[in-house]
Structures are given as C-alpha cells and as structure tokens.
Design a binder for this molecule. Structure first.
Ligand SMILES: O=C(O)CCC(=O)C(=O)O
Ligand SMILES: [Fe+2]
Length: 329
C-alpha cells in the first residue's frame, strides 16, 4: 500500500489501525532512493534496522548531517542479496501498515534541550501537542579549526574591544551591563553560513512561525571577572523591533578558567507591547563551542562571571547577535 502525503496530513486510516497492536508485528518496508530506485523488505515493527532508517530520514532534514553508509540485507526465498547506499540517497520509506516516526525533544539534567533519535511508533496518529521550548542549544557547532581561529582572534585583539557599559547603562538602568565588545568583528561569515543551515531546525524546535531572514547582526563579547548583563530583552526598542531570534555562540580556552556566566532565560509575558520577565527561568551553561537560540523578546540575563586569574585570554567569549525579519513599513 503506497502512503500518500494526504494520508499523512489528514489520516484516513481504517479504525482497526488507529489503535494498532503495540506488540511487534511484521511491516512491509519499501525503501525509496534518489533516482527512483526502490527496494522492499519485510521487518518486524521493533527491528533496529527500521528505527535506523527513520533516524537517517529525520537526520536528512538537518543541514549539518554527514552522510553515512547504510547496508541492508534483502533476503528472499530465491536470493540472498544486500544493498549498500549512502544515507543521503534515502528519500523516503513506505511502510505497510503505517509506521510514523516522531521527533522527541529531550531535556537533559543541565536543562540542555536536544533531539533524541526518533523512535518508530505505530500509534502516533494524533501526536500530543508540542511543548513550547524556550531555547535550543546545539553543541560542537563549529569544526575545531574554526573554533580555534575564532579563539586566536578573540584573545589577541584586546585593543579592538570597547566597554559595553557606556552604550547600555543609563540613569534608569544603572550598572546594567559590564563587559567588552567588538561591534564589527572579523570571522563572522562561517558562523552566519552555519546559522542559515540550522535555522529550519531551530524554528521547528522553538515552534515559531517561519519568517524571512532580512539581516543577521553579529558582535563579539568578552566577559571577565565580575562582568555581567542584567535582565533585559533584545528587541524592546523601535530600532531593534525586527529582531526575531537571538543567538549566542560560546567559546573559550580550555581548561576553562572562569565559573558563573550562565545565561538565565525567563518566562516572559507580553502585555501592551512590552515584555515582562516572570519568576521562573531556565539556566543555560555557556558550553564551549555551543550555540544557543531563543526568541529575542524573552527576558534574559548573563549571571556574573568569576575569573580568578583576571587574564583577558581566560574570558568567556561569545560571537552573538540577532536574526531579523524585514522591517515593518
Ligand atoms: O552572553 C550571553 O550569554 C548573552 C548576551 C546577551 O544577552 C546580549 O548580548 O544581548
Ligand atoms: Fe541579550
């Protein structure tokens, strides 16, 4: 039985299949490959191979996935063959009876939200409403050589940084921010290129409406001993209103010579065009070579950094900024 996209959108499935047996049962699996090739095999619904095929297919939607080799036995009464192909050639799987794959976001004890490998599930006709996640953190974001290049630049360009305080602190918000920044840093292209690649995944995870990316801003910051950024959001002024997403890429020298400097992201309520931070917040650790994304209207803060050496090279560095939608006329 071929499964059409219509059936996926509005399942028109016999009632006998709405609550299919959870016990393992045989599934006819048709593997669709690029170029129109197809192979059919029979697997148990709980077969690791079926799970692996769904995992490969879901990972295909992630731009930074590296293709791997897949080898699948195709035994039948008359032959004993195997097919080998690169995982990026897998374009679809047709299963009879239907098997749906679910992406399962998982929160780790650190509050880090990641995607777990999808589990093949037979009873996912009405998946539960997705939970809204405040942020997504992606680890190992840059290849080691680019991470190192950025670190070399950040640690050897002390003269190019300016104090953030004068631009941020006011009579009303005294001592609001204290750190160093380069407003127009070098080496941003390779980060921006990767931002574009992960955007679909970030938007899906944060359950945001698609938007056109009009502009990406980038700055480089250094937080050393005693530095912080009190609670604020990033799009509260007319000039910043088109910022949709905030991203923060963290990097520093190993072994890590500072503590603190966590990012706290608050429950945020929007009333009368203003954003208000609530009591509850999530803590994000600024893991080396990780990037965090969250909606720019969320209230957030950088908790004070403790860096006993006070050496500039030991700072908590970020390449961070904002993804903007087109300005409203
Ligand atoms: O460094 C961070 O973790 C966040 C920085 C931030 O909130 C900002 O620059 O607006
Ligand atoms: Fe911010």
């Amino acid at each position: 039985m071929a499964m059409t996209p219509k059936q996926l959108d509005t399942p028109d499935i016999p009632s006998s299949q709405l609550n299919p047996p959870t016990a393992p049962h045989p599934v006819r699996v048709q593997i669709l490959l690029a170029g129109g090739h197809q192979h059919t095999l029979s697997l148990s619904s709980d077969a690791p191979l079926l799970h692996q095929l769904f995992t490969v297919l879901v990972n295909q939607t992630q731009a930074d996935t590296v293709p791997s080799l897949l080898q699948i036995p195709l035994q039948s009464d008359t032959s004993n063959q195997a097919i080998a192909f690169s995982s990026d050639k897998l374009v679809g799987i047709v299963t009879d009876p239907p098997v749906f794959a679910q992406r399962q976001p998982v929160e780790t004890p650190t509050g880090l939200t990641q995607f777990a490998a999808p589990k093949a599930a037979t009873a996912a006709v009405s998946p539960p409403a997705p939970k809204a996640y405040r942020y997504i953190q992606i680890e190992d974001f840059l290849p080691p050589e680019l991470h190192q290049q950025l670190l070399n630049y950040a640690t050897t360009s002390r003269a190019d940084y300016v104090e953030t305080g004068p631009a941020t602190n006011t009579e009303f918000y005294k001592d609001h921010r204290n750190s160093l920044v380069i407003y127009y840093p070098r080496y941003t292209e390779m980060l921006i290129e990767r931002l574009h690649k992960v955007m679909p995944r970030v938007i899906q995870h944060l359950d945001l409406a698609e938007f056109e990316v009009a502009r990406i801003e980038t700055q480089l910051t250094a937080h050393n001993d005693g530095n912080y950024y009190k609670m604020h959001n990033d799009n509260g002024s007319e000039e910043t209103a088109s910022r949709q997403l905030t991203y923060v890429y963290y990097f520093y020298q190993e072994p890590q010579a500072f503590s603190g400097g966590n990012l706290a992201i608050y429950d945020t309520e929007r009333r009368d065009g203003r954003a208000y931070g609530g009591q509850n917040h999530q803590i994000v650790q600024p893991l080396n070579n990780s990037i965090v994304f969250f909606p720019s209207f969320y209230m957030h803060e950088v908790q004070p950094v403790i860096c006993p050496s006070q050496a500039f090279e030991d700072s908590r560095f970020t390449l961070n900024g904002w993804i903007r939608q087109p300005e409203k006329a």
